[in-house]
Design a protein around this ligand. Structure first.
Ligand code: ATP
Ligand code: MG
Length: 425
């Protein structure tokens, strides 16, 4: 069992100074738009997955003010895991001061990850504590392009098995190299026998990735169908079909053979358009209800429910592989659902050890959780204690009496991250 017990943020988007304690169970963060609710969950996700779920470039995470002054952004979390405490710090140091223009973003950031003071790569952090995020943007899993569904599988498998992420990174480098070679071949600037080496690399890494995805889909599919039926009732007949770019097989060797055949068959296409034409970078999976492709025909509520079923299946998969349930994050994921679907979803999701929920509409959740959850109001980058009715306390949780102690801790955390960052130069 694992849960986040403390979160300290410095210059993280609009959360410039925050130090909050968290408990297991359900915590609701509510408040108007643009106050920092999603940013809070983004920080928690970052501690687990080592990446933001929404920033295109991680320099966006540094508060505008800090980017101007060259100060660093810090996400500092304490995680309780099997009776032990794990301290994870992710720091971003702007490497150049930005220009006058607040969001001109004319700077880069250097990222540094520490777990219990030891330097870690992103690949080493992911999987230490699992997380599953339910977000309003998940509708894209159903209606968006295949890349979103591959990302879903990749994040899930990377959390389940760190070796998967390494293999994936290697595979993408191989695809790039091979594409480069295909271009040179077409221009007559390389010999065709050079391709054999890259084909071998491509097939070896690609077949293992396909195999792992195939096995994951085998578990995810029935779980997704079950959750979907629980949420929407038995009338809708869901099918989930993995659509790999190369034929599946009973073992990795068989997939390797299929991959080689597919590559040979694609050689004309690759000559016409010098881009690696087959492999897991072209995979997809398909969701149909009563035969209708949900990528095209889903209603908003249907797409939303399907996405939620996928996320519930993801949480269940991680729990079964890691023997430990994920931290569950709900970012504004409850809108557009009718009351009964919302209740059924919350019943399922709130059995995990720690569940953090954000909403603009307290009434959407307090009838379900009642006094059984912790409530906080988020306003202007600060977090205020509240009760379930929305009566907000007078002082934010991280200021007033704790201010002095807080400053000390932030200084200490900054020092740790400073030291960490200095060592990379
Ligand atoms: P909503 O209910 O609309 O989803 P929210 O409370 O989830 O709102 P956030 O997405 O957390 O809001 O954003 C909070 C505020 O932080 C927004 O005003 C946003 O523009 C601002 N913001 C985003 N990035 C930065 C940054 N790098 N520096 C300063 N502020 C930022
Ligand atoms: Mg938000």
């Amino acid at each position: 069992m694992a849960y986040l017990s403390r979160l300290r943020l410095t210059n993280f988007r609009n959360l410039t100074h925050l130090d909050i304690e968290l408990s297991p169970g359900v915590t609701v963060y509510y408040g108007p738009n643009a106050q920092g609710k999603t940013t809070l969950l983004e920080a928690v996700y970052l501690l687990c997955i080592a990446k933001s779920f929404r920033a295109e470039n991680e320099r966006e995470l540094v508060s505008f003010e800090a980017a101007r002054s060259g100060e660093q952004a810090l996400v500092d979390g304490t995680i309780q895991k099997m009776g032990r405490s794990l301290r994870v710090i992710v720091g971003y140091q702007p490497t150049q001061r930005s220009s006058q223009n607040a969001n001109g973003l004319s700077y880069n950031v250097r990222k540094e990850i520490r777990v219990n003071r030891l330097k870690h790569t992103a690949g080493e952090l992911i999987g230490q504590v699992n997380a599953v995020l339910f977000s309003a943007a998940d509708i894209e899993l159903v209606q968006g392009p295949p890349s979103g569904r591959r990302r879903f599988l990749d994040i899930l498998l990377s959390q389940a098995d760190q070796a998967y992420l390494k293999r994936l990174q290697l595979y993408y480098r191989v695809v790039q190299q091979r594409n480069q070679l295909l271009r040179l071949l077409r221009e007559g600037r390389a010999e065709s026998d050079e391709l054999a080496f890259w084909d071998d690399e491509l097939v070896r890494e690609g077949a293992s990735i396909t195999w792992q995805r195939q096995e994951a889909m085998r578990e995810l599919t029935p779980a997704c169908m079950r959750h979907h039926e629980d949420l929407s009732g038995p009338e809708e007949n869901l099918e989930v079909e993995y659509r790999p770019s190369v034929l599946l097989g009973g073992d990795v060797a068989e997939i390797e053979n299929n991959f080689r055949e597919a590559l040979a068959a694609a050689s004309h296409r690759e000559w016409a358009r010098p881009i690696t034409a087959v492999g897991p970078h072209r995979d997809d999976f398909n969701l149909t209800i009563d035969g209708a492709d949900m990528g095209i025909f889903a209603s908003r509520g249907q797409a939303r429910t399907l996405a939620l079923a996928l996320r519930l299946a993801e949480a269940e998969f991680l729990e079964s592989v890691r023997g430990e349930g994920p931290v569950v994050l709900f970012d504004d994921a409850l809108s557009e659902m009718d009351g009964s679907r919302r209740h059924r979803l919350l019943e399922k999701a709130t059995r995990y050890e720690q569940v953090l929920v954000t909403t603009t509409d307290l009434e959407q959740v307090n009838d379900f959780f009642g006094p059984g959850a912790n409530y906080f109001h988020v306003s202007g980058g600060q977090v205020w204690p509240s009760d379930q009715e929305g009566n907000v306390g007078e002082t934010p949780v991280s200021s007033a009496e704790v201010e002095e102690a807080l400053e000390e801790k932030i200084a200490e955390a900054s020092e740790a991250a400073n030291q960490a960052i200095d060592e990379t130069v």
